[in-house]
Design a protein around this ligand. Structure first.
Ligand SMILES: Cc1ncc(C[n+]2csc(CCOP(=O)(O)OP(=O)(O)O)c2C)c(N)n1
Ligand SMILES: [Mg+2]
Length: 598
């Protein structure tokens, strides 16, 4: 590696630290400048010689780009992904060649499933030795093609800036997703000219490119450009006007695509009951009169029309099969997505629309008066307002009331819901809550209703354990003043807890709560149901994950009695350091699941 680097840089050694900004810039500097032009302010990475110029570019940029070095590459990519999902500007992860890249694959796939705009830059063995077996020589793009919008290699130093620019442009255009670019060693280390290339010249020492508008905000709106879009909206407005029991489902792309305000305005104007999904949670805040997520079973069973916006019709939504309660016909289904390729093909749709979601909701609200007139005289109020909305609101209220006993349970061992009863009371409106685990996190999804959009992060439909520490690192950086709470199953904790070290080194205080039932609960209980026994589903009972965090320089404590939860959480919030509250919970409790996702 060292010899390859010397050859590639042409300096007889790695670029010297004292080379000034006037010196010819290597590909890494151009890459950093291009990333910054797209609104990137942090690089998540784990060291490797193949990517040194990207670090050098970050350190010598004006102002320097924040470098967050982690303990596993999956954490770097998860952190980049969470940055994108929280800030709606793209995230950047830098992975060294070979194992650095392959360690990031599950996290890149998670970004792919979540439609998160992430650019992963990889190091790559040098071209001039390709085939001779240099260290970590592997053709990454072939591995990553299936889980990225595009994966390719840049071979020319002078083209690194434009290639990185293209990677960000692609990642940020709907439907968003991860893009992978690796750069041959000699192109990354080599002279790429003195002014960074790409979409425009950098202005060293002048106006910082960091202040330029993120490309995500400039993405063209597909609806505006499609002549058939107005017809789609009119058709959908007509379907709503003709419905008796409509339901609106809001998913992650409503938030990611910046359509949260327009969606809320449309829901309120049309008085549509709303079920929130993924990062659509919080678009209508907890307690909103139209938010009926807690009554989703009744809503989906009894609806005659379901409009699903910004999320796929996947297992989380029963594959888009709604209605049919008590012999009623199945509900009509409308699918609205941010790009045509996202429209479901596995089920018959009454209508669909693809394009900018904010434009869609604004147009829908505008089209409704005419649609209602065309639907004939249906009374002064929207017809579903009288009985349907109150029916679902009551069902949601009853469901919440039924939980109260468990949220305040004094049971020993601790019922996991008691943790949420205590935590809910301590959360601020702008808290970011992150879930990484099985049953423990399913409970959280049901019982912690965000009060703002962008306040909830779960792994999404790929369901990958191990997102926790990466998401928490990013959340603390993206929201420096907000509470950041990471909910960890004890099983999930094993995938990323070492990155509590990253929290400590980078002074990122996060409250971690481990729901420690001593088992892989979401697997143990179903296996017992299926086979009458279980294997490979036990963990150490009472394992001291809090002491792991203490050993890494943070703090923590164990909680075994229900009354100990609230004081421990308060200590954690007050501590100002990474703090793990290790709550021993009852392994006999299984989340009442209606689907296994298969
Ligand atoms: C990377 C990965 N490996 C395995 C699984 C399968 N899996 C899903 S939930 C789960 C159990 C999680 O256990 P824990 O985090 O302790 O939460 P609990 O269900 O016990 O509350 C497992 C193993 C997965 N989703 N992701
Ligand atoms: Mg567990």
């Amino acid at each position: 590696m060292a010899e390859d680097t010397r050859k590639a840089s042409g300096h007889g050694g790695a670029p010297a630290a004292d080379e000034g900004a006037q010196a010819p810039m290597h590909g890494g500097a151009h890459a950093v400048a291009a990333a910054r032009r797209h609104g990137v302010s942090a690089m998540f990475t784990l060291s490797g010689g193949h990517v040194f110029p990207l670090y050098d570019g970050a350190v010598k940029a004006d102002p320097p780009m924040r470098l967050v070095d982690v303990r596993h590459e999956q954490t770097a990519v998860f952190a980049a992904e969470a940055t994108a999902r929280l800030t709606r500007a793209p995230g950047l992860a830098v992975l060294t060649a070979g194992p650095g890249v392959t360690n990031g694959v599950s996290a890149i796939t998670t970004a792919h499933f979540n439609g998160s705009p992430v650019v992963v830059l990889g190091g790559r063995a040098p071209d001039y030795r390709w085939g001779a077996g240099s260290l970590q020589e592997i053709d990454h793009p072939r591995l990553l093609a299936a889980v990225t919008k595009r994966a390719w290699t840049e071979h020319q130093a002078t083209n690194v800036g434009p290639a990185v620019d293209e990677a960000f442009r692609l990642a940020c255009s709907p439907h968003r997703g991860p893009v992978f670019l690796d750069v041959a060693l000699e192109a990354l280390f080599g002279d790429a000219g003195s002014a960074p290339g790409g979409a425009g010249p950098a202005t060293p020492g002048g106006t910082s490119a960091a202040t330029s508008k993120p490309a995500a905000a400039e993405a063209p709106t597909a609806t505006g450009g499609r002549p058939e879009a107005a017809r789609d909206v009119g058709e959908i407005a007509g379907l709503i006007a003709a419905a008796s029991r409509p339901v609106l489902v809001l998913g992650s792309d409503v938030w990611l695509g910046g359509a949260d305000k327009a969606a809320r305005a449309a829901a309120e104007e049309l008085r549509l009951p709303v079920v929130a999904n993924g990062q659509g949670r919080g678009v209508l805040p907890a307690g909103h009169e139209l938010l009926v997520t807690r009554a989703r079973a009744a809503a989906f069973r009894e609806a005659d029309l379901v409009v699903v916006a910004g999320t796929p019709l996947d297992f989380r939504l029963g594959y888009g099969e709604f209605g049919g309660a008590d012999g009623a016909p199945p509900a009509r289904v409308v699918h609205v997505t941010d790009a045509a390729g996202q429209i479901a093909t596995h089920r018959q749709l009454a209508a669909s629309a693809a394009g900018d979601l904010a434009s869609f909701f604004t147009a829908l609200a505008g089209a409704m008066p005419a649609a209602l007139r065309n639907a004939g005289p249906r009374g002064p109020a929207l017809p579903w307002e009288k009985a349907w909305v109150p029916r679902l609101r009551d069902a949601a209220r009853d469901a919440a009331a039924a939980d109260r006993a468990l949220l305040t349970s004094g049971a020993y061992p601790i019922h996991p819901l008691r943790i949420y009863g205590e935590l809910g009371a301590l959360l601020d409106d702008d808290a970011v809550v992150i879930g990484d685990g099985g049953d423990f996190v399913s409970y959280a999804g049901k019982y912690l209703e965000p009060r703002r959009p962008g306040g909830w992060l779960d792994p999404g439909p790929y369901g990958c354990l191990g997102t926790g520490l990466g998401y928490a690192i990013a959340a603390r950086i993206a929201r420096p003043a907000a509470q950041v709470v990471l909910l960890l199953g004890d099983g999930a904790a094993g995938f990323s807890l070492m990155d509590a070290d990253t929290l400590v080194r980078h002074r990122l205080p996060v409250v971690m709560i481990c729901g420690n039932n001593g088992i892989w609960g979401l697997e143990k209980h179903p296996m017992r149901l299926l086979y009458g026994y279980d294997v490979a589903a036990d963990l150490q009972p009472g394992c001291r994950y809090d002491e792991v965090v203490r050993a890494l320089g943070g703090a923590g404590e164990i909680v075994t009695a229900p009354d100990g939860i609230a004081p421990a959480l308060r200590r954690a919030f007050d501590s100002g350091v990474p703090y793990l509250v290790n709550v021993l919970t009852d392994p006999a409790i299984a989340y009442p699941r209606s689907t296994t996702g298969v």
